[in-house]
Design a protein around this ligand. Sequence first.
Ligand code: R5P
Length: 296
Amino acid sequence: MKVKNQTIVFSFSETSSLAKSVAKKLSCKFSEIISKKFPDGESYVRIKEKVTEKNFVLISSFAKNPNSKIIESLLAASIAQEYGARKLILVATYLPYMRQDFRFNEYEAVSSKKILPILCSSFDEVLAVDPHLHRIDSLKKISSNARSITVIPLIIDYIKKKFLDYEIVGPDEESRQWDKRIANSLNLNYSILKKHRISSQKVYIESKGLAKNVLIIDDIISTGHTVLETIKKAKKRGSKKFAVIAIHGIFSNQSDKEISKYSEIITTNTIPNKYAKIDIAPILSEELKKTLIPLP
Ligand code: R5P
């Protein structure tokens, strides 16, 4: 296969286990990037492999320390470019800065339109796993060399194993794109709730009668308030059993601790965490094959 000796899969330490597994599926080399901090907080980056004439694939989750990770990914790409790599591909397992996709208050920065183009300017192609697309419905509308990958088929397979007697619940309108597709493909009932965001730390969910067993599916769990409010409201209306599936488990301020008091938690491994039971390596390797070996 063409990909084999012509591609090296790189990652920072955080995503090394996922990147290793993707490299194995592609039968190519994996290499961890050295990244350190200078005493003043600036980033130092070095790669350990010769990339000349090779495809440089960087698998990066930008969830923890997104600002540093953006800089470090750009620096890694600059090395690959200066040493004559053939094609530079970034796989953002979690693409940051996508939720601020609108100027909610005067003079705010709309980050979703600004950060992706910076990453795209240093790579030939950027693949992002289920990015938070809402008011802007496609990455192509932001950068022509970016595209989304979805891991929804893996979530559907997981639900088949243990949640077929649950109602799927989306906590807000944004979740409809995932929840409707999942519920329809499994022939399950689903409800999409109404969420009002009061601040980054506070949300209000409108109450609605739901089934006894509730499976909340959302793209991101960050502070956990969205999920906790949903559980609280459903409990009040008589729901008894809860499970939560998120694509990206950020769990800011250890929000998983509170959620796990009420519900089982399952995520994918786009961001490494102890609830990451759904492995996205099969989908990433298939998508990379398509990108690395263009069809004749
Ligand atoms: C936003 O609309 C997303 O889909 C998630 O619902 C949100 O990011 C979750 O954030 P938090 O866990 O902080 O409530």
